[in-house]
Write a new protein. Structure first.
Lengths: 148, 148
DNA sequence: ATAAAACCTGTGAGCAACTCACAGGTCAAC
DNA sequence: GTTGACCTGTGAGTTGCTCACAGGTTTTAT
C-alpha cells in the first residue's frame, strides 16, 4: 500500500499518514525502485489503532509509547488504563472550564440587554466589556445549573 | 510605566505585555534615552480590556479590531455583541464535543472493567482500544445524561 | 567606585496535531 | 509523449502565549 491507499483504508488525510510516519507511529518499508513508502497490514492496524486512541483522547506521544510497548511484546493495556483515567480527569476539568466560560458569557449577554452601546470617549473602549464583572457568581444553583 | 510595571498592574506575565505589543494591541511610546517602552494609563486600560475580552472568549484579532474601532471613535459595541453571539455558539459546540468525548471515555472505561489486559500477539495491540466501538450511542438519555 | 542583581531590548523557538504549500520525481493511461 | 495523479521531503501556518538567548541599562549593595 502506498500513502494514499492506507490513508483511504483508514479514512484519514494522506498528510496525516505522512505526519504519523514522521512522528514514528508508522514505519513503512521502502520500494528500492522509486523510494516510495510501502505500508502493510500491520501499519494499517497501527494507524487505525492510533485514530481510535485519538478519539479517546490519547496524545500522539502516548500513542507512540503504547505502540512501542506492544512492539516489545509487553501488554500496553495497564498503561492504557492508567493514562486513560488521567485523560478523563483532564476532560472533566476542560468541561468545567468551558461551562464556567459559558456562564460568564451568558450572564454578560443578559446584562448587556439593557445597556446602550455608547461611543468611545477616550476613557472607555466598550462598556459592555469594561463594566463586565469578572468576579465569579457565588450562587451554586446558577453557576452550574444543577447539571451532571 | 515600563513593561514590568504595566504587567504587574494588570496581573499578567511581562512576556504577555511584550507579545501584545508585538501584536499591535499596545502602542507604547519610547524613552529616547534608553529606548525603553513607556506605557501610559491608556495602555493599561487597553491591556485590562484585552484580558477581560479574552476571558469572555474573544480572540486576539477580534480584540484588536475592537480596539481599533474605539481608536477611530466608532462604537465597537455592536461588533462586540455580534462576535459574542458567535463565540457563545462556538463554546456551546465545544462543550457538546467534550461531553461526547467524555461519554466515549466513560463507556469505554466501564466496558474495560471486565476485559483482561492480554499480551500483544502480532495481531492485536491493545484490545481495550481496538475492540472499542466508536459508533455513537443512540439512546439520548445515556448520551447527555439529561443535563442542561 | 564597582560589582552584582534585576531589569530592559528584539528575536526565535516550543507547545499539539495536524493541514497545506512547494518544488521536483515517478508512473499510469491515452 | 504528454497529461494528470500520485509520490518525495521539508517548511510554514494555525492559537496564545511562554521561555530562552544574548546583549544593553539601571538599580542596589558593598
Amino acid at each position: 500500500m502506498k500513502v494514499k491507499d492506507i490513508a483511504n483504508a483508514a479514512a484519514v488525510n494522506p498528510d496525516t499518514v505522512r505526519f504519523y510516519t514522521r512522528e514514528g507511529l508508522l514505519n513503512p518499508s521502502r520500494n528500492p525502485d522509486n523510494n516510495y513508502q510501502q505500508f502493510d497490514a500491520d501499519d494499517l492496524r497501527r494507524l487505525r489503532f492510533a485514530r481510535k486512541a485519538r478519539q479517546l483522547g490519547f496524545s500522539l506521544p502516548e500513542i507512540r509509547a503504547i505502540l512501542d510497548q506492544a512492539e516489545d511484546h509487553h501488554s500496553p493495556c495497564p498503561m492504557v488504563r492508567e493514562v486513560f483515567e488521567q485523560r478523563l480527569a483532564d476532560v472533566e476539568r476542560e468541561i468545567s472550564e468551558l461551562k464556567a466560560l459559558r456562564q460568564r458569557m451568558t450572564s454578560a449577554l443578559s446584562a448587556w440587554q439593557d445597556m446602550p452601546d455608547g461611543t468611545p470617549d477616550g476613557h472607555t473602549i466598550c462598556r459592555l466589556i469594561e463594566h463586565w464583572d469578572d468576579t465569579p457568581t457565588v450562587n451554586p444553583s446558577t453557576v452550574n445549573g444543577n447539571e451532571e
